[in-house]
Design a protein around this ligand. Sequence first.
Ligand SMILES: NC(=O)c1ccc[n+]([C@@H]2O[C@H](COP(=O)([O-])OP(=O)(O)OC[C@H]3O[C@@H](n4cnc5c(N)ncnc54)[C@H](O)[C@@H]3O)[C@@H](O)[C@H]2O)c1
Ligand SMILES: O=C(O)[C@H](O)CO
Length: 321
Amino acid sequence: MSSKPVVWITRTLSANTLERARAHYSVIFDPSDTPADAATIIARSAEVDAIIPCHSEAFTAEVVAQLSDRVKIIANHSVGVDHCDLNALQQRGIVVTNTPDVLSDATAEIAMLLLLGAARRAAEGDHMIRSGEWKNWSPSFMVGHQVTGKRIGIIGMGKVGQVMARRARGFDMEVHYHNRKRLSVEDEQGAIFHETLDTLLPQAQFLSLHCPTTDTTRGMINQDTLSALPQGAILINTARGPLIDEAALLAAIESGQLAAAGLDCFVNEPGGNTEFSKYKQIFMLPHIGSATFETRDAMGYRALDNLDAFFAGKEPTDRLV
Ligand SMILES: NC(=O)c1ccc[n+]([C@@H]2O[C@H](COP(=O)([O-])OP(=O)(O)OC[C@H]3O[C@@H](n4cnc5c(N)ncnc54)[C@H](O)[C@@H]3O)[C@@H](O)[C@H]2O)c1
Ligand SMILES: O=C(O)[C@H](O)CO
């Protein structure tokens, strides 16, 4: 019998990650790559010492209460942990880690892609050529919104938010931000701090969301906050869907209060919001913020680094509880 800890990897991680995991652990892995539901998580927990889940597996208070005592650590393959009830896990004495830093560049790339694509109508243009609808060129054809030199508001100036600010500076944008805590002047790199959304929102010709979903932030982009933006603002979300009241977003697109939106995250995932597909002003991607080959390896390795530390009796670098 193997004395290696038993680790359940819930989804198909990168080949390099699986190879490294198998070298050190007894790995349970189902290549069908389906999100594990509550019943599966609870049943499987009796067979494993550790779980490497993704944000597709929900560790609600109800699930956590029924986990086997055998599970000692949940080493998430994600930076966002809104799928985990951290209080419930802490009460059960289960260690929880995440994978910060290593996905910030990839996610900010997608945020910038959405910003540029929404402003300059990239998906519409691509569709026009593919569908054979491109019959003419005129000075009034496919006119969009310039990005260079505009003001961007960033909500959540953490790891991804700070990379996004650097990318925005590359387009000579003036960076404004709201965060739980003001950054040091050195880290601000000239970005203008707003203690409240009340002063940030009227500045934000572009608004990009980079804060976690918590009880405080859920629904923070709603009818009130959208109406505080300048007329014709553009909203970008690579954080989490539930930050936005999607009905309010649709109403703001309808009224022209928002000129466009670029979204990588939705309340309903997978699938998204079918109403959004009716609006060419909404540019959408299927939650691929961190989906690069390089980042998938880095996320897998970071989750394994946390497991290795835990099973060596050390403090995992990214321990949350
Ligand atoms: N689309 C994707 O694939 C993808 C990839 C990476 C991260 N994300 C999401 O982006 C989020 C941010 O990632 P990160 O690595 O930058 O995390 P982070 O913890 O480094 O940064 C989050 C920032 O938000 C701030 N914040 C928290 N609550 C706030 C509030 N009420 N108001 C204002 N600011 C608040 C925090 O102070 C922190 O600075 C993650 O939680 C995750 O949900 C999505
Ligand atoms: O939070 C994250 O890490 C991304 O959304 C991918 O799961």
